[in-house]
Write a protein that binds this ligand. Structure first.
Ligand code: APR
Ligand code: ZN
Length: 282
């Protein structure tokens, strides 16, 4: 059964013109980073932390200095991301890109692991925890461009943008914070352009990211078919095949937004798909 779905996904990818991947926290659990809503997710185990996360952006806007002080003195719920390494799932997507099949990865993850795995065209929809961003001009900076510890010791927080003097925040997008315009626009373009959407390791309940599959599902193409009477008819058919790889069904599965779900671990299923792609291409 799962082997058939893996072979089907490999065929769909090989026959695609413009395949993209969407990923969530589930692709990084095999790298030791907890997800949020899975059985041992951060929010599942700590609902209070989720409530605090929902207040974070308002807190940043009203007290950026206090927000930064807390940020620099409290360990991240995701653990030490600087040390985290990609797993076979991240590498499989990078390989599909090298094979010329995958054109883009759009991730909700802020852990930087797709980049570490060698992803080429990558859109970090919720930003990256390893980067900083000016909330006025949207310029992004690596962590190393600011000595945050020194700013804290000198009581000079929050950091300010060297370009426009705006306030600088971590690049990670908080609940209620607008998705940066460039990433939101480019992601929508990819979702509207693709003919295969491979969705990996997400519960697909967080918007606006969860709109991307729905946008892709709306796109139709015209196809001619011969009717019983032998005449030709033009019909509108879905332009995109949507494949989910996830440990459990999601609203995309239940609502029939996705065409099929391969239920399993991304670190096992995605390398198996790559292997099949290589076999079929031989
Ligand atoms: N392989 C496949 N699926 C997995 C694996 C795995 N190794 N590990 C976990 N999963 C599944 C879980 O069962 C769950 O369905 O991945 C999904 C992860 O869903 P969430 O924890 O909700 O993560 P995500 O969808 O990325 O969350 C979206 O919510 O909290 C915010 O900003 C945060 O970007 C995040 C957003
Ligand atoms: Zn700026």
């Amino acid at each position: 059964m799962i082997e058939e779905l893996i072979a089907r996904a490999a065929r769909d990818l090989i026959n695609s013109q413009y395949a993209i991947a969407l990923t969530g926290a589930g692709i990084s659990t095999e790298s030791g980073i907890p997800d949020f809503r899975g059985p041992s997710g951060i929010w599942t185990k700590n609902p209070e932390a989720e409530r605090r996360a929902y207040r974070s952006y308002e807190r940043f806007k009203s007290d950026p200095k206090g927000w930064w002080l807390e940020r620099l003195t409290t360990p991240s719920l995701l653990g030490d991301l600087e040390q985290a390494q990609p797993n076979a799932g991240h590498y499989a997507l990078a390989e599909l890109e090298r094979l010329g099949i995958l054109k883009c990865v759009i991730t909700q993850n802020v852990d930087g692991l797709h980049e570490k795995a060698g992803a080429g065209k990558l859109l970090e929809y919720h930003g990256s925890i390893l980067k900083l961003r000016c909330i006025s001009c949207n310029s992004r900076f690596s962590h190393h461009e600011f000595d945050l510890q020194k700013l804290m010791e000198e009581d000079a927080l929050p950091p300010h943008c060297p370009k426009c003097d705006g306030i600088v925040k971590t690049d990670g997008v908080a609940f209620g914070e607008p998705i940066p315009g460039d990433v939101a626009h480019n992601s929508l373009e990819e979702a509207w352009r693709c003919d295969i959407m491979l969705i990996c390791g997400t519960s697909a309940v967080v918007f606006p990211f969860a709109n991307l599959p729905r946008t892709a599902r709306e796109r139709k193409i015209e196809r001619e078919r011969r009717t019983d009477t032998g005449l030709y008819a033009v019909e509108k058919v879905p332009a995109v095949t949507i494949i989910e790889v996830n440990a459990e069904p999601t609203p995309l599965t239940d609502e029939g937004i996705s065409d099929y779900l391969i239920q399993g671990k991304t670190g096992e299923v995605l390398p198996a798909i790559v292997e099949q792609v290589k076999k079929l291409r031989m």
